[in-house]
Design a protein around this ligand. Structure first.
Ligand code: URA
Length: 206
């Protein structure tokens, strides 16, 4: 499976805060942001760097700057919960938005808005916290590839096996970074045990 699970204790701690039904939106947003730092760090762990000569207060030395541009694509709505942390770590990133709604009958994606920067030469991070059927992530991945992306990593909080399998079959070249691979999808296409509707919990729309 093209999935990398972040097992850092802090990631598991913040994931547990997100899973807990008692976590109210302000604390849910805070935990999502904190978990996102760890997920984005992992999603960029293999980025190339370029050497750069700098002066410390004491002497010259060679440091490293990021050697590749970054594009962050937030999939509405839940991806917005990871965006602030991604931009904190990657302030020069260009930002894309992918508006997709789940058809409640079929769980397939219905597109309503997209806006993407150029991305041919970039590491593209797609922020899609809940990888359920894989419909939205596969759709977003196809969209960024149509725009020239060749280096794509999905940043997820929780993934379901069926979504990972769909990504493996439709986009085997796309890496998935997640905090957990859960047991299954239920009949309403919710991930179990999951954390409920991520968008509702972020924005208090339950
Ligand atoms: N989207 C969510 O927000 N939660 C799920 O469990 C599945 C899809």
């Amino acid at each position: 499976m093209p999935i990398h699970l972040v097992q850092h204790p802090l990631a598991q701690h913040y994931l547990t805060v997100l899973r807990d039904r008692r976590t109210e939106p302000p604390f849910f947003r805070q935990a999502a942001r904190r978990l996102a730092y760890l997920l984005v760090a992992e999603a960029t762990a293999d980025l190339p760097t370029s050497p750069v000569e700098i002066e410390t207060p004491l002497e010259g030395t060679v440091g490293a700057h990021l050697g590749k541009p970054i594009v962050v694509v937030a999939v509405f709505r839940a991806g917005l919960g990871l965006l602030d942390a991604a931009l904190d770590l990657l302030p020069d990133a260009r930002i894309g938005y992918a508006g997709v709604q789940r058809d409640e009958e079929t769980a397939e994606p219905l597109e309503y808005y997209t806006k993407f920067p150029p991305m041919e030469d970039a590491r593209v991070l797609i922020l899609e916290p809940m990888l359920a059927t894989g419909g939205s992530l596969s759709w977003a991945t196809s969209k960024v590839k149509e725009r020239g992306a060749v280096d794509v990593t999905a940043v997820c909080v929780v993934a379901a096996p069926v979504g990972v399998e769909r990504m493996e079959s439709e986009h085997p070249d796309t890496r998935i970074v997640a905090a957990a691979l859960d047991r299954e999808l239920d009949f309403h296409y919710f991930i179990r045990p999951g954390l409920g509707d991520m968008g509702d919990r972020l924005f208090g729309t339950v």
